[in-house]
Design a protein around this ligand. Structure first.
Ligand SMILES: *[C@@H]1O[C@H](CO)[C@@H](O)[C@H](O)[C@H]1NC(C)=O
Ligand SMILES: *[C@@H]1O[C@H](CO)[C@@H](O)[C@H](O)[C@H]1NC(C)=O
Ligand SMILES: *[C@@H]1O[C@H](CO)[C@@H](O)[C@H](O)[C@H]1NC(C)=O
Ligand SMILES: *[C@@H]1O[C@H](CO)[C@@H](O)[C@H](O)[C@H]1NC(C)=O
Length: 408
């Protein structure tokens, strides 16, 4: 009793050994003076973000307990394509065309000819610097990406046969039906460089709508966008007649895939950080308005429409309850991600075990199909699903192959 009184009265609170240790530990973690945490010396600025309640989303989301994508899917072109994100077919039905981690756009010319280089996005591209085979999807390519380019979104203009490319480093570009060196269309907006062009779609009037994922981070640093929850991404529009680029929407949290509806009355886009699919009305009385279409069980990438006007969404699943807590509490993220522990362990401690879910939605966000690959048998991480002539073509930035599945 006496001792306790003494302690409180005479010693400043801070001198209590337990408090001292705690302050030191928390201080050490927060300051991370030796850059031991996974963030290294990065200036980490987490913000609160807006994500639908975990339990509500998961409760209503149908599961594919048979894991049919894993069961019936087929892995193709192993070690022939490196990180093929977007898959596209030309007016003559040739393809797929796809953008690779080595900076090339390539196309499949059939068994005899195999894959051929179709286009590059910069005159800086050289075989010597850029061609790294299946190492292209590893950290070995990171310092070269900026030089070689990283084509992510691809779309053919059905009339002209021109291929439009959203490149993570070189912005929006176009290349003619015979390929070659692509021509830049939009590299800046409002005088600032476009840091991270990601996906695009083409309006019937020729304007190109495309996403710029962040004003602060490029593709190699995309993990920080997710961890911080920062929302500096934009939807942009390039108008060919005036050769000008305009900001359509600002303040988006990792805007990623874009897709017009069949009648082009609205444009769908995914926000990866907030695990949702939203739409911007383009036409009619609601023009200019944004609304939620679906809250998703994981992190969405591209969206692609099928012939029926329905939408395939590629999702890296799943969200976790811990992620929801962290997303609402930036201060907690500031401590958690500075723990001197590898990021993969921190992610596992949050219950993260990513696998592929692909889902078909109608234009009201109703779920028509859910296909999972729970064990990552054909694909652990997914970027795009394109339905063509009874087959799903599935692309991924993470692996060196394409997955296919007969559908329906
Ligand atoms: C899948 O499994 C979960 C739990 O194991 C169950 O609640 C759900 O009803 C199953 N779904 C289907 C479509 O069978
Ligand atoms: C080539 O790379 C340099 C340095 O990264 C860059 O400044 C320049 O714009 C690139 N050139 C072209 C034609 O893209
Ligand atoms: C990478 O590609 C080479 C052939 O180019 C192949 O021999 C090798 O097994 C591949 N490595 C991996 C890890 O798949
Ligand atoms: C095409 O339509 C969009 C959506 O209404 C509009 O924002 C854009 O300015 C139009 N582009 C041209 C070239 O008229």
């Amino acid at each position: 009793m006496e001792k306790r009184n003494l302690l409180i009265k005479d010693e400043p609170f801070i001198q209590h050994p337990f408090i001292v240790s705690l302050v030191l530990i928390v201080g050490f973690v927060v300051m991370d003076p030796f850059h031991l945490g996974p963030l290294g010396n990065h200036e980490f600025r987490p913000v609160k973000h807006d994500i639908a309640p975990y339990h509500q989303v998961m409760k209503n989301w149908p599961r594919d307990n048979l894991s049919r994508l894993g069961l019936y899917g087929k892995s193709e072109f192993k070690d022939q394509v490196y990180g093929p994100e977007s898959l596209e077919f030309d007016n003559l039905g040739r393809g797929p065309y796809t953008g690779l981690a080595d900076g090339r756009v390539v196309r499949w010319m059939g068994e005899e000819l195999g894959w051929e280089t179709f286009a590059v996005v910069t005159s800086n591209w050289t075989e010597k610097i850029c061609l790294r085979g299946n190492d292209s999807t590893t950290a070995k390519q990171w310092k070269h990406e900026k030089t070689c380019g990283r084509p992510l979104g691809l779309r053919f203009d059905k009339e002209s046969g021109d291929l439009y490319i959203a490149d993570a480093y070189y912005g929006l570009l176009v290349v003619g039906p015979n390929g070659g060196l692509a021509t830049p269309l939009a590299t800046h907006v409002d005088g600032e460089p476009i840091l991270f062009a990601n996906d695009l779609d083409i309006h019937n009037n020729g304007s190109i709508f495309f996403t710029d994922t962040s004003k602060r981070y490029n593709r190699v640093a995309h993990f920080f966008i997710l961890l911080e929850g920062e929302a500096t991404g934009r939807l942009l529009r390039y108008d060919p007649p005036t050769k000008t680029t305009h900001v359509v929407l600002d303040g988006l949290a990792f805007p990623n895939g874009v897709q017009f509806s069949k009648d082009q009355s609205f444009l769908l886009y995914t926000e990866t950080t907030n695990c949702r699919l939203r739409r911007l009305w383009i036409d009619g009385p609601r023009s200019g308005r944004v609304e939620d279409v679906a809250d998703l069980p994981g992190f969405p990438d591209n969206v692609r429409m099928n012939e029926k006007g329905q939408f395939w969404v590629a999702i890296d699943c799943c969200r976790t309850p811990a992620q929801e807590v962290l997303s609402h509490n930036p201060w907690l993220r500031n401590i958690y991600f500075r723990l001197p522990v590898r990021m993969s362990l921190l992610a596992r401690a949050m219950g993260m075990k990513m696998y592929t879910v692909i889902s078909l939605l109608d234009d009201n966000g109703r779920i028509l199909e859910v296909l999972e690959d729970r064990e990552g048998d054909v694909m652990k991480l997914v970027s795009e699903v394109k339905e063509v002539n009874g087959k799903l073509w599935i692309g991924t930035v993470a692996h060196n192959h394409i997955a296919t599945l007969p559908y329906p």
